[in-house]
Every structure is written in structure tokens, then in C-alpha cells.
Design a binder for this molecule. Structure first.
Ligand SMILES: [Zn+2]
Length: 336
């Protein structure tokens, strides 16, 4: 476990006041990354230094995840959709195998990371002999720059989409490009995927990296009715405006709750200014600018802030909560 992860009396008070009793008894975290130390031993310090998310957390054995959720949500049974670490220098084959072992040992569901250089034959064989519920490609496989201007098909070639279509499975897609979901190339390629590979259940991670509501507003215009042909997960989205907007415009059956653990285990808040966001954080990370040092003692877990934003937008609607926190993930990521 990360030793920076500590639950304080303030966290407990926040939990009692704003979270407890508002979640379904059983939930699914549809976006959490699992691995063992040996799967990331070739990740360089430079790679980690390039990305605040990696510095916050890039190791999560299954037992650690259990410890995190029993501290965070002691009254809720949490199941997972388990993702590998889709990094270029990670041991992808070993990490995929580890995900498969979590599925068979602990009854979770998991995704298979496909690399662009993998042959369709290799992927199909590994996918079919394992117990996976979908694919987890990642832009890092095409470029180590976050939000790089690459095509989706650079890191998941069309023949791999054709395989996913034939397997009638899910693809959890982290979008590339600085323009996020409304980027012209992303809109065009999302349409190509849903039109050409209709059996793929396409899940777009982090609401298409729309951590600020302006991007999602633009995407609503650009995608029109096609926005109802994809799914979205909520991983690492904290912004109450994004939750309000998405719940107002999307079918709630298309939204899957996810945390992005172990990245989001720190205490803090987010600020959204001019289409960008700042992580405000108590723990010592190299990216922490400590803008408001006097306020840091008052920060709670950023995952609690996320839950509070989503629960606030749901406004006590139990049907929607049951779907978003539980049922939708099991419908999209089907057990084999
Ligand atoms: Zn993630």
C-alpha cells in the first residue's frame, strides 16, 4: 500500500456526512488499474516525471485494492473491472496474465491490454484462453506524450477493432489529442468505430478527458445523436458541472462509475479555470504547487470529492445510482 494513503478523522467525518448511506450496497469500480512490482520494473524515472498521474500511483496488487476500499467505503461491497497498466515499457503480457488470475481467483472482471504491434492471431488466442471482458488499448502505446496528436488507430489498428467486433466485446478507450473529446479527429474516428464495428461496446474513459465542462458541451453539439451510441466512464472526473451536464444529456444507462485507482488516492481538490484544471493536493508530489497551504489540512480524499459530486448530481435518484454505480458496468463488461 502507498504509505501516503492515510484516513484521518476529517475523512471519517466527511464520509459519515456525505457518502455513507447514499451509495448502493454493492458497487462496481469500472476503471481501476492492477499490477505487481515486476510488471513495471522497466518504467523509467523520466516516464514517471512526465505524468503527475504516474507519480501519484502506479502499483496496485489486488490485496492493496481491498485495503484501499475497505478504508474508503467500509459499508459498501466493491467489485472491480480490473485494467492492466497500459504503458509502453510495462510487461504487458505479464500484467494481462495477472488480470486474468484476479478474474479467476477473486471473481472480478478484467480487461486485456492490446498493443498495436500485436497480431490479431496472438490477441485472439490470448483473449479467448483468458477470461477477459474487453480490451484496454492506450495512446501511450503510440506516443509517450500525454494527449499526443495521434490517431486512435495508431494504438488500436482497425484489424484489432474488427476482432473486437467479431468477439462482440467492449473496448475501453482513452482518447488521444489535445482537443480531448470534441477534437475533430476524435469525433471522426469515434463515428468510424461505431459505424464500422457495431458489435463493439465502446466506452470512452474520463468522459472523453472532459475534466472541464466546456469540452463536453462542445462534444454534445458535434456528436449529436451519436453520443447515445457510446458509453462513458467517470474515472478521475471530479467536476460537479461535468456530472450535471452529462446526467442532463446522456442516458444514465451509458454512464459507468470508475475511480482510476491507484492514481486518485491522495487528499485534495480540483480547480477548473479556462478549460484547464489544477490538482490541489496535501501530499508531497513533485507536481504539487501548494497554492493554498493554509487550506490543505481541510482536504479530504479526492475520491470522496468525486463521489460527492456525482451523488450531488444524482440528487437521491436510486434507479440512476444503481445503474451508474453497479449495473451498467456488468452489462458492458460481460463475464465470459
Ligand atoms: Zn486509467
Amino acid at each position: 500500500m502507498y504509505d501516503y494513503f492515510k484516513k484521518t478523522a476529517l475523512d471519517e467525518a466527511y464520509y459519515q456526512e456525505r457518502i455513507k448511506g447514499r451509495l448502493p450496497a454493492e458497487i462496481v469500480d469500472a476503471h481501476a488499474h492492477f499490477n505487481l512490482p515486476e510488471h513495471i520494473k522497466n518504467i523509467t524515472a523520466e516516464e514517471v516525471a512526465q505524468d503527475w498521474a504516474l507519480e501519484s500511483g502506479m502499483l496496485m496488487p489486488y490485496e492493496d485494492a481491498q485495503a484501499y476500499v475497505s478504508a474508503l467505503l467500509p459499508d459498501t461491497a466493491v467489485k472491480f473491472i480490473c485494467l492492466p497498466w497500459p504503458l509502453r515499457n510495462a510487461d504487458t503480457a505479464g500484467n494481462n496474465q495477472y488480470i486474468d488470475s484476479i478474474v479467476t481467483t477473486h471473481g472480478e472482471r478484467g480487461l486485456f491490454t492490446n498493443r498495436p504491434e500485436y497480431s490479431v492471431e496472438y490477441i485472439e488466442q490470448a483473449f479467448q484462453t483468458g477470461h477477459f471482458s474487453g480490451f484496454k488499448p492506450y495512446p501511450y502505446m503510440a506516443s509517450s506524450v500525454k494527449g499526443a496528436d495521434v490517431s486512435i488507430f495508431d494504438f488500436m489498428p482497425r484489424e484489432q477493432f474488427a476482432l473486437a467486433d467479431r468477439l462482440n466485446t467492449a473496448v475501453l478507450m482513452h482518447l488521444p489529442r489535445a482537443g480531448r473529446l470534441p477534437a475533430e479527429g476524435n469525433i471522426r474516428e469515434i463515428r468510424e468505430i461505431i459505424n464500422n464495428y457495431p458489435n463493439v461496446r465502446l466506452v470512452i474513459a474520463h468522459f472523453g478527458r472532459c475534466f472541464c465542462h466546456e469540452f463536453f458541451e462542445e462534444a454534445l453539439d458535434l456528436l449529436g445523436d451519436d453520443i447515445h451510441r457510446v458509453y462513458f466512464d467517470t474515472a478521475a472526473v471530479i467536476n460537479p458541472k461535468v456530472y450535471r451536464l452529462t446526467l442532463d444529456h446522456l442516458d444514465y444507462k451509458r454512464i459507468l462509475f470508475g475511480t482510476d485507482m491507484p492514481i486518485m488516492l491522495w487528499h485534495g481538490r480540483r480547480e477548473w479555470i479556462n478549460r484547464s484544471y489544477v490538482n490541489l493536493c496535501r501530499e508531497e508530489f513533485s507536481w504539487n504547487r501548494h497554492q493554498y497551504p493554509a487550506e490543505e489540512e481541510g482536504y479530504t480524499f479526492i475520491i470522496y470529492e468525486q463521489l460527492n459530486s456525482l451523488l450531488g448530481a444524482l440528487d437521491g435518484d436510486k434507479t440512476m445510482a444503481q445503474a451508474i454505480f453497479h449495473d451498467n458496468a456488468l452489462e458492458v463488461y460481460r463475464a465470459k
